[in-house]
Design a protein around this ligand. Structure first.
Ligand code: ZN
Length: 320
């Protein structure tokens, strides 16, 4: 990664080597039983299930998307929930904390709802609490102009992502990559370096954990984090720049609701860069998001079997 540092020095601060990154787009994790997953993210956390589909790369398994009213980039946590995953083993090379932004003064309300422990990171009060598969989630008090979904009162509702924390054995290459993507260092607190960019969902914490074992993926593990980029043209520029840095992005994949490329960052976390110009209303009315099992063309023939094998969910028409 040495050439990255040199290249960065030659560029202006507002001209990142990897251009057009706009904070987080979505976060995707493995999860346990679908009904448990759906109940926790829609009822307890009050998010809207904005899309019900299957994992395009493993179509026997649901892919459930939860976010704000429209599934705006920067608000969407997605899961591959299934009964058969083993539980993930926490460690380095993965996302350690997924944090949502909530209104100031709401942490007591959240603590009485989900338990957990109130701490403070970089002067932001936050509540750490376990998700349904033992993963570490958080709500962070922030001034956030985004609107929450209607399930919970507006003065407590989740606004979208605040941040994710990446735990890696050697933080420097990860920090360099994020710098190349347009993040700047806010500061260091203990073993955590906070990287930020303007706009919502613009915070990434990098935790150095040289002594930790490598994480083993399973239920509760984040599979990847996706960064937002406006459209196909900007994504192509991102991809070229990622190649130029010696990383190995995939070809563009059509995820119906966005187009994606993937590459692994030096610390071991899988990064995706996803476009923002398609959205979840491409195949469902905005008033009915998530209420039909949507299958991409290549998996449409699987519907009769999926009707038998997928667990029923509330407000879902499996027949499409
Ligand atoms: Zn993704």
């Amino acid at each position: 990664m040495k050439h990255v540092v040199v290249s960065l020095m030659e560029r202006k601060k507002d001209d990142p080597m990897i251009p057009h990154i706009r904070g987080l787009h979505h976060v995707t994790a493995f999860a346990g039983p679908p009904q448990t997953n759906n109940r926790f993210f829609t009822e307890t956390l009050g998010l809207r299930r904005v899309k019900t589909t299957v994992n395009f790369d493993n179509p026997e398994v649901y892919h459930l998307y939860y976010g704000d009213a429209e599934g705006t980039p920067g608000t969407v946590i997605t899961h591959f929930p299934a009964h058969h995953w083993k539980t993930g083993v926490r460690g380095a090379g993965e996302v350690a904390v997924t944090a949502f932004s909530v209104p100031k003064g709401s942490l007591d309300w959240w603590q009485s709802r989900v338990g957990g422990e109130v701490t403070s990171t970089f002067n932001d009060p936050r509540l750490l609490f376990p998700g349904p598969d033992g993963e570490t989630l958080a709500v962070v008090e922030a001034d956030d102009p985004r609107r929450g979904w209607i399930t919970l009162p507006e003065d407590v509702a989740i606004r979208g992502f605040h941040s994710v924390a990446l735990k890696v054995r050697d933080p420097l290459p990860t920090i360099e990559l994020l710098s190349a993507m347009g993040y700047r260092e806010l500061g260091v607190e203990g073993r955590t370096t906070r990287m930020i960019m303007d706009g919502p969902a613009g915070v990434i914490d990098v935790i150095g954990a040289a002594e930790e074992i490598h994480a083993d993926s399973g239920a509760g593990s984040v599979h990847h984090i996706a960064f937002a980029t406006p459209d196909d043209a900007t994504q192509a520029e991102v991809r070229d720049a990622v190649v130029e840095m010696g990383l190995k992005p995939t070809e563009v994949r059509d995820r119906t609701y966005f187009h994606s490329i993937y590459f692994r960052e030096p610390g071991g976390v899988l990064f995706e860069v996803a476009t923002c110009d398609i959205g979840f209303d491409v195949d469902e009315a905005p008033t009915a998001l998530g209420e039909h099992l949507k299958l991409p063309d290549q998996h449409a023939h699987l519907r009769p079997r999926l009707l038998q094998t997928l667990d029923p969910l509330p407000d879902l028409d499996l027949a499409g």
